[in-house]
Design a protein around this ligand. Structure first.
Ligand code: AHR
Length: 323
């Protein structure tokens, strides 16, 4: 409504100013009419993240009536806090936050609330004692993703398992949920042993580095549980360089199910991949449209996700997956 009134006023101004003086500055009605969204993105650490950014850019485009201000935080929470403060100073209409970690948001979100700017959280969750600090959240059930991986391991692998665990960035919901799932699995199987655990920050380079480190230390293992696809790609490269066959000598479990990972399932190099869906742009757009109409969106929405191994992976799925 606010936007519509602003647009009408700017049209009247444009006509009046245009009529009074040929030198009057031109008013760009379209720009004034756009809904301004400040989006604080985690970074560009993975294919998932890049697909997520593209999805947001496509949905919150000028053609769709938005001006998107995108800030890449390079996986640093402090940069996100600074970005949110800048959005508040700029007086954006909405703030969208993809949080690096779960904790540490209360102060800056209270500032956004004080400024009257609705905050939509996407992808990962935040931990707060005051749920009124944000409007709503949409994202994945990361614990469920971890549980699915453990179920698959129970059904398909014979012990003893010696597990190398590549974690995502510590304190993020994606890391916390997927790690909890694995810990529960290890806790309930005497012949499952965790032989190595370290964070690879969700990047391919670190995934490779960590597996090289494990190999150099001559730690024996037969499973890699990688908390995302990019770290799995790095791990696979490290194994191949060492003459070890991924998918055969070592079972590879991964998360995201991005296009390249699905091809690696077909090639036999990834054994099981749990989907994490990055296409949040249209979902956020729908939430903003609801808010613009004065409606109240659901506070929490979990996205439906599937998982793949060689038994259920169809060519059509891979073809239709653009990320
Ligand atoms: O929060 C989603 C996770 O973050 C994805 O699994 C990972 O690839 C990304 O970087």
């Amino acid at each position: 409504m606010k936007k519509i009134v602003a647009a009408i006023i700017s049209i009247i101004l444009a006509i009046l100013l245009g009529g009074c003086s040929p030198k009057a500055p031109s008013v760009t009605v379209e720009e004034q009419d756009l809904i301004v969204v400040g989006f604080s993105q985690v970074g560009a650490e993975s294919d998932w993240r890049n697909a997520n950014t593209i999805s947001m850019e496509k949905a919150l485009s000028v053609e769709n009536g938005y001006r998107l201000i995108l800030e890449d935080a390079q996986q640093k929470q402090q940069k996100q806090i600074t970005a949110i403060r800048n959005f508040i100073n700029q007086g954006v209409d909405y703030i969208v936050l993809a949080p690096t970690t779960e904790t540490g948001w209360d102060t800056v979100l209270a500032e956004a609330k004080e400024a009257g700017i609705p905050v939509i959280i996407v992808d990962r969750m935040i931990e707060t004692s005051d749920l009124d600090l944000f409007t709503c959240w949409i994202g994945s059930d990361f614990r469920k993703e971890g549980d699915k991986a453990v179920e698959w391991m129970e059904d398909h692998l014979k012990g003893p398992l010696r597990i190398v665990h590549l974690q995502g960035n510590i304190g993020s919901s994606a890391q916390i949920g997927r790690t909890k799932g694995l810990d529960a699995g290890i806790g309930s199987h005497e012949d499952w042993q965790l032989v190595f655990r370290e964070s690879g920050d969700f990047t391919q380079a670190k995934g490779q580095e960590l597996v090289e480190k494990v190999l150099a230390k001559e730690i024996g293992f037969n499973v890699i549980y990688s908390e995302n696809d990019n770290m799995a790609y790095g791990a696979i490269d490290a194994l191949k360089t060492a003459g070890i066959k991924p998918g055969e000598d070592v079972t590879i479990i991964s998360f995201d199910a991005s296009n390249h990972a699905l091809h690696l399932i077909l090639d036999g190099e990834i054994n099981y991949d749990v989907e994490c869906n990055p296409l949040h742009g249209p979902r956020v757009q729908a939430i903003i449209e609801q808010l613009e109409r004065g409606e109240t969106p659901l506070k929490f929405t979990y996205v439906e996700e599937v998982s793949f191994d060689i038994s259920n992976l169809a060519e059509e799925v891979i073809e239709s997956r653009g990320y």
